[in-house]
Structures are given as C-alpha cells and as structure tokens.
Ligand binder design. Sequence first.
Ligand SMILES: Cc1cc2nc3c(=O)[nH]c(=O)nc-3n(C[C@H](O)[C@H](O)[C@H](O)COP(=O)(O)O)c2cc1C
Length: 217
Amino acid sequence: MHDLEAAILARHSTRLFRPNKPVPRQLVDEALELAIHAPSNSNVQPWQVVFTTGPARDRLVKALLAEAQATDPQIPPLPAQFEHYRRDVGKLVYGAMGIARADVAARRLAVLRNWEFFGAPLAGVVCMHRELGHADSLGVGMFLQTFLLALTARGLDSCVQVSIAGYPEIVREQLGISDDMRIMCGVAVGYGVTDFPANTVRSPRNPVSDNVSYLED
Ligand SMILES: Cc1cc2nc3c(=O)[nH]c(=O)nc-3n(C[C@H](O)[C@H](O)[C@H](O)COP(=O)(O)O)c2cc1C
C-alpha cells in the first residue's frame, strides 16, 4: 500500500521525459486497475483512453507537429478573469526553461513540445462519449487524477495536456477514434528528466478559503 498523501504531494506536471526509458506496461495496468475505482455519475464509467507507444506514437507526434506548425490549436480561450492563471503558470514554466516572455520564437518552440508529448514514450488520449455531459466529465477527471496518483506512487511522471485535444481530427485519424467520442485531453507518461529546471516547478495554489466556503447559520 502506498502513501496517499505522499503521492498527492509528489505528483506534478512533467514537461520533459526520457524518451528512451520505456514505461513498464505492468505499472500502467496496475494504475489503470486502481483508476477504474473512481466514482462516476450513475456508474457510467465515462472514461475512454487510447494509449500509443512505439511507431504508432511516433506517427501521431509527427502528424500533430506538422499540423501545429501550420495552424493554431482549437482550444477555447479562458474567460478574461481567469487568463492571469495561464500567464502565471507560463511565466513559471518558460521562465524555468530560461525563455523570456518577449522571446516569441523560443516560446513557440517550447510550446510545440506539447505535441511531442514532451518526449514521453507513452502517449495517452482521453475521450468521452459525445452525448455525455458535464457531470460525466467530472467522472473522467476523477479517473484521471486517480490514474496519475497511482502512476506517481509507482515512480512514473505524467502531464495532462489539453493541447492534444487542440487537433481533434489528427488524433481521430491517427488513432481511429470515432466521431462519437469527444477528445478531451492527452496524457503523457514516462520518466521525467530530473535535472530539467521546468520539471522542478511547483505551480502555486490559492489558499483553500479562496475557493471553498462554509455556510453555517
Ligand atoms: C485538463 C488539464 C489540461 C492541461 N493541459 C496542459 C497542456 O496542454 N500543456 C501543459 O504543459 N500543461 C497542461 N496541464 C497542466 C497544468 O498546467 C498543471 O496541472 C497546473 O499548472 C498545475 O501544476 P501541477 O500539475 O504541476 O500541479 C493541464 C492540466 C489539466 C488538468
């Protein structure tokens, strides 16, 4: 039995993986066997995940990179009042990589690494049936977090990536995902490069009281 609190605190987004250090399939399968215990609306178990590795992963990366060099990803913008979170995390991550905000070319190159799954040898795509709704996406999120924690407890690193969902047609075509499925995000899995400064970034959190309130009287 692993320590839950230790896994919660150790999990973080990794943005450079060791491409040649393979991910043991057994560890991923163990994490998945735990993740399916996540709760879901009416026990629908709405998560669908397609993993690619080896040549299939490389083909997906090649197609995504080609598209990312040609067109912008279809990612809805954040509402204005939340935009600062993206800026702040960008500053931390790209700052750790030594990239100044004004250095558009370097930043663009770094952003492109998203569509290489940051070099992770195991690339997952998380989907949900198109006719399911908000309550069901909560179930997908619960599955995903449980999966990430179980991976962390097994010494594996990860990064959830909405950027992968920015090119749904490419993902669909490469992985044979039907139109019934909404592509929600990617998940990169592997062993992080420990001395890559951006991998040591820990994104700050709001104090609990900013996001949670108790009403008693
Ligand atoms: C739904 C979702 C989508 C995300 N998409 C991306 C992404 O496209 N690229 C990226 O570098 N990080 C992505 N992240 C990682 C977040 O930036 C990260 O979780 C957040 O800054 C908190 O940092 P931590 O994961 O290290 O605790 C995503 C995370 C989630 C949950």
